[in-house]
Design a protein around this ligand. Structure first.
Ligand SMILES: Cc1cc2nc3c(=O)[nH]c(=O)nc-3n(C[C@H](O)[C@H](O)[C@H](O)COP(=O)(O)OP(=O)(O)OC[C@H]3O[C@@H](n4cnc5c(N)ncnc54)[C@H](O)[C@@H]3O)c2cc1C
Length: 545
């Protein structure tokens, strides 16, 4: 690992953000050259690989079929955590690694990732000592990287920290520390930091073919989703980081040799429901240690609302836009009702959404919640490197492992050590100083842009607010510097309004479309977005469960 001084000298100033004008990106992509590395997939995993490789000095291209983080990486519970559930499952290696990585996420982007206290209320006398001891072990595994000591709480203390908790029968509780982040904006910060260090990243560019020479994967054919134009990309090494869709690219790669590789991913759907902050006022999160199906359930204050979730349901069809099923929504509401003073119902739902975990397949019968969240790296006969599984929290360690495999396999020349640990991402305040005034429990605003907040004032519309904390200038910033191409990109992943309050997002959408047109986007996708917003606003009816 690089020492502090060395690392800082490599940090490029974010005073002048890099423009992300599409024509210029496409022109670079179609300029003939051989890249060291081509990464397919712009979620946490692929972006982590691109950043690590760019910082080591490799020439890198990353292609994303839709928007960055539009797959699973914007649909997480947004916890940078070791995972108390994995501790209960005895997955010590994963917990230890994730606790270590948690620190790096908090250091790399303090404007987007912060420590968060969790309170686990106890309604049976044995629960406080039982879970308390487990969480002391969690503290011990974190060692000096711990974020705060686990504390045993009286019933009164639990109510003070969680004013929304169900007081009836409350015996006490335990408080422990983990982290939380804004997943889509963290992904964008990874993309923009990689670009600042020379990587070429193109969204809405789908890889449709793997090119071979002498049986080895040497290139890709990718299509611009907006124009249908294609580009041929030559690369010494190809990394498949397409999440739940990795097996499709593996099949494409193996097709040339007439092979059919066994699938390695088993997608599992997780749903979330978002309600107003009044259901759980305050900064602390609530953890339900054991739901009826043996999972943990979270109620997490996030950007002015509360996220409730999640579920774990096999989803072999891996749709692009999964929706929470009626049973999932009912499960989340009924489990939350056991722990909250005011039970949320369907009419209280501001948004509901689902994501697909790319779990690594096990053989034999099992349920998806028992599958480990560890990642795997596989190298095909063609040399294409596939990475699957893992967690958002461990994206950095996964990237380091992927590059080690690329180098060991001789697909990449050895060059430079990994320097991503704690490396400041675009917008990170100097010295990794946390903005105490703006916890992630509060609504987004210019503070979410970290050191880039002042740039918003230089753009038209800095004082014209489309929603609380969301200005016209932010839309322009997103188009000019954050790769945004549509209303959905803006309202789902630059602002998070779709995930927080879908009906509100629909009301704001026409104004956003208007600004996008002024910025030169002829088809900003307003109609498609309004359809999506309806689906996020209204959970599936119980009858269709
Ligand atoms: C409900 C839920 C809650 C979670 N909560 C947490 C949490 O709190 N903390 C945590 O650490 N982890 C969490 N996770 C796990 C974490 O979100 C995932 O492990 C991580 O986001 C996976 O990232 P990825 O890059 O592998 O996949 P993705 O984000 O899905 O990225 C893959 C990308 O590949 C692109 N792609 C596919 N095919 C092609 C192609 N042919 N050409 C170009 N691009 C292509 C897709 O469009 C997609 O954007 C959660 C997951 C779920 C589902």
């Amino acid at each position: 690992m690089a020492v502090e001084g060395e690392r800082d000298s490599r940090v490029k100033s974010s005073a002048a953000p890099l423009p992300t004008e599409r024509a210029a990106l496409w022109s670079r992509l179609t300029t003939p050259r051989r890249h060291d590395l081509a990464v397919v997939g712009g979620g946490a995993t692929g972006l982590g690989v691109a950043l690590d490789a760019a910082l080591r000095g490799y020439s890198v291209v990353l292609l994303e079929a839709h928007d960055f983080a539009s797959g699973t990486s914007s649909r997480a519970t947004k916890l940078a955590h070791g995972g108390v559930r994995y501790l209960a499952q005895g997955d010590i290696h994963l917990v230890r690694e994730a606790l270590h990585e948690r620190k790096h996420i908090l250091q790399s982007a303090p404007h987007l990732a912060q420590p968060l206290a969790f309170v686990m209320p106890s309604y049976k006398l044995w629960e406080t000592p039982f879970y308390g001891v487990g969480l002391k072990i969690y503290d011990a595994l974190a060692g000096h990287e711990g974020l705060g000591r686990t504390e045993w709480l009286s019933a009164g203390a639990v109510q003070r920290l969680l004013p929304g908790v169900q007081p009836r029968g409350l015996k006490g509780g335990v408080k422990y520390w983990d982290g939380q982040f804004d997943d889509a904006r963290l992904a964008l910060a990874l993309a923009r930091t990689a670009a600042l260090h020379g990587a070429l990243l193109v969204n809405y560019c789908e890889v449709q073919q793997v090119l071979h020479e002498g049986g080895k994967a040497v290139g890709l054919v990718a299509a611009d989703i907006e124009t249908g134009q294609t580009a041929t990309i030559q690369a010494g090494c190809i990394v498949n980081a397409t999440g739940v869709w990795v097996d499709r690219l593996r099949a494409l790669d193996a097709q040339a040799a007439g092979e059919r590789p066994q699938p390695i991913v088993e997608p599992s759907q997780g749903a979330h429901v978002v309600v107003d902050a009044e259901f759980l006022p305050g900064r602390d999160a609530l953890l339900v240690p054991s739901t009826h199906d043996g999972r943990v359930l979270f109620a997490v204050p996030w950007l002015g609302k509360v996220i409730l979730g999640t579920t774990d349901t096999p989803r072999p069809d891996a749709p692009r836009e999964p929706h929470p099923g009626a049973r999932e929504v009912d499960f989340i509401l009924s489990e939350s009702a056991r722990y909250l003073k005011r039970a949320p119902t369907r009419v209280d739902i501001r948004s509901c959404w689902a994501g697909l975990r790319p779990l690594v397949k096990l053989s034999g019968d099992h349920d998806t919640k028992s599958i480990s969240r560890e990642h795997t790296v596989r190298i095909a006969r063609s040399g294409m490197v596939t990475v699957a599984g893992g967690k958002w929290t461990t994206y950095r360690a996964m990237a380091e492992d992927v590059l080690a495999h690329c180098i060991q396999g001789g697909r990449l020349p050895a060059r430079g050590a990994c320097t991503t640990a704690g490396f400041p991402l675009v917008g990170a305040p100097a010295g990794a100083r946390l903005d105490e005034k703006h916890p992630l429990s509060e609504a987004q605003g210019p503070h979410s842009y970290g050191t880039e907040a002042a740039l918003l004032d230089t753009l038209p519309g800095a004082d014209r607010w489309l929603a609380d904390g969301f200005s016209e200038a932010m839309v322009r910033f997103a188009v000019r510097f954050e790769y945004a191409r549509s209303v959905e990109d803006i309202l789902a992943r630059r602002s998070r309004l779709l995930f927080l309050d879908a009906a509100h997002a629909a009301r704001v959408a026409p104004a956003v479309a208007g600004i996008l047109r002024q910025e030169g986007l002829r088809e900003p996708g307003l109609e498609a977005f309004l359809g999506l917003a309806v689906a996020y606003a209204q959970p599936a009816a119980a009858a269709s469960a």
